[in-house]
Design a protein around this ligand. Structure first.
Ligand code: BTN
Length: 268
């Protein structure tokens, strides 16, 4: 995939410092899984992997991420922040905000964010973020993998039937031709900038996240195993957790579980 690599490189800003560690592939099972192997072998910070297609792209809770050839950007970037894992509770939020910045810069369209990790346009999903940490034997962070999948060029019939009512692509929402290498370059540049502020700019990032988060001030349902609870999303806290007020007046800071937002992805 030397061609894709050269095209992405040609769109990167002059001062992007990791041009020598961008790896592009035709087909991978998962860019996150591939980068995890390289991270464990000692790959340096800034190593990035882009695949034209993934056969086993995945999101949180083992969900698959549809990754057809020629249609999207499937990208993972390696950071090695020197910190405790508890200092990275906001990592997924930080990546989501960086991706909103990148997509806006590349296409003029700024997506919303469905807590925590979905990039959306209205009721439809444009892409998602999957962050994964590796720890040292001492329990500090060894590596952070920032994985992002963005639907770029699909029209509705390109989505499999089960995604046709809930998926969208950048070309659909920005109503223009999308140049995938340009989008990938904007994503890499935004992740680099975000990485520079990851440990010092937490509050500012979360403040910006709250502005783009479409889950806030909405009725939500929280699914955990067989239990569903209904509530109202009132805030995102300093750790990136969703603050939910339940119907009985109690509050919970939610880190885990599936949050459905009324009116999105078919939840009515
Ligand atoms: C989600 O929708 O829950 C997150 C999807 C994340 C998909 C991206 S595509 C690049 C990277 N490789 C993967 O296997 N997953 C992420």
């Amino acid at each position: 995939m030397i061609e894709l690599q050269n095209q992405i490189l040609s769109h990167l800003p002059e001062d992007y410092p990791w041009k020598d560690r961008l790896l592009c592939f035709d087909t991978l099972e998962s860019t996150n899984d591939c980068l995890k192997v390289l991270a464990r072998q000692g790959a340096p910070e800034g190593t990035a992997i882009v695949a034209d297609q993934q056969t086993g792209g995945h999101g949180r809770r083992g969900r698959s991420f549809h990754s057809p050839a020629g249609m999207g950007i499937y990208l993972s970037l390696l950071l090695r922040p020197f910190c405790q894992p508890q200092e990275l509770m906001h990592l997924t939020c930080a990546v989501a905000i960086a991706m909103a910045d990148a997509l806006e810069a590349a296409t003029g369209f700024r997506p919303g964010i469905k807590w925590t990790n979905d990039l959306v346009s209205g009721k439809r999903k444009l892409g998602g973020v999957l962050t994964e940490l590796g720890l040292t034997p001492q329990g500090t962070v060894d590596y952070a993998i920032l994985g992002i999948g963005i639907n770029c060029c699909q029209t509705l019939p390109d989505f499999p039937p089960e995604l046709r009512d809930i998926g969208a692509s950048l070309s659909m929402v920005a109503e223009k031709n999308i140049v995938r290498p340009q989008v990938a370059a904007a994503m890499l540049a935004a992740l680099h900038t975000m990485g520079n502020h990851l440990l010092t700019g937490r509050e500012e990032m979360l403040c910006r996240y709250r502005q783009d988060c479409v889950t806030l001030n909405r009725e939500i349902s929280l699914v955990r195993g067989d239990t569903i609870r209904h509530g109202y999303a009132v805030d995102v806290d300093a750790q990136g957790a969703l603050v939910v007020r339940y119907e009985d007046g109690t509050f919970e800071h939610v880190n885990s579980g599936e949050v459905s937002v009324r009116g999105m992805y078919g939840y009515l």
